[in-house]
Design a protein around this ligand. Sequence first.
Ligand code: R1P
Ligand code: URA
Length: 235
Amino acid sequence: MSVHINAEKGAIADKILLPGDPLRAEFIANKYLENPVCYNKVRGMLGFTGMYKGERVSVQGTGMGLPSLSIYANELIREYDVKKLIRVGSCGSMQKDIHVRDIILAMSSSTNSSMNKNRFKGMDFAPTADFSLFRNALDVAKGSNLEIKAGNVLSSDSFYTDDPDEWKMWAAFNVLAVEMETSALYTLAAKYGVSALSILTVSDSLVTWEETSSEEREKTFTQMMELALDVIIKK
Ligand SMILES: O=P(O)(O)O[C@H]1O[C@H](CO)[C@@H](O)[C@H]1O
Ligand SMILES: O=c1cc[nH]c(=O)[nH]1
């Protein structure tokens, strides 16, 4: 048991999918896992373990933002020996050629968060995807004829910003999209020597203002979910 996850040791697989939304975790478990067992309900942050194509896989909600993701990633890695973590998140596109429902692999993450500024005493660390997971994602996507984008994403501390044009500064440097967790996930994976990748579906566009509903963000990003499941079990 850890402070935020009341699962027994061994109840969580060493491969895990991490949506921010705990109801997306429940949806993934019920739709894709055989015999899913709910191992966590603390704070409503649902976690499940089951079988996917013969492999034991877990899926755990992380909540929103770097601090919340960091709590779950720390406990999953340090207390439950999780080795492969794939975030399955939503994001807002910053580029006109990246559309709602496109899938993005986050190769790296920029951030406006102070977490790594504090950790690295004001110096810059470059949070980066695990190469094997990234390569496996490219292979699986190619095998399924799934078109994906890849590049730098912004992990923001704020969903609502005071300056409505702030994103344009990042967009001008070819940052593809904004979300709120990847920088922390990649940093903790590097620290603990485990593998992490963020796969994101574009839920809305900062360019066109097109957007999806909360229910669509919970239940309809199935291409991303299937890609992540096939990547996490790939040898
Ligand atoms: O859909 P999830 O995985 O929660 O990801 C995105 O959605 C939330 C904001 O609506 C933030 O957590 C952001 O990173
Ligand atoms: O953090 C996020 C997630 C989805 N869409 C956004 O605009 N921001």
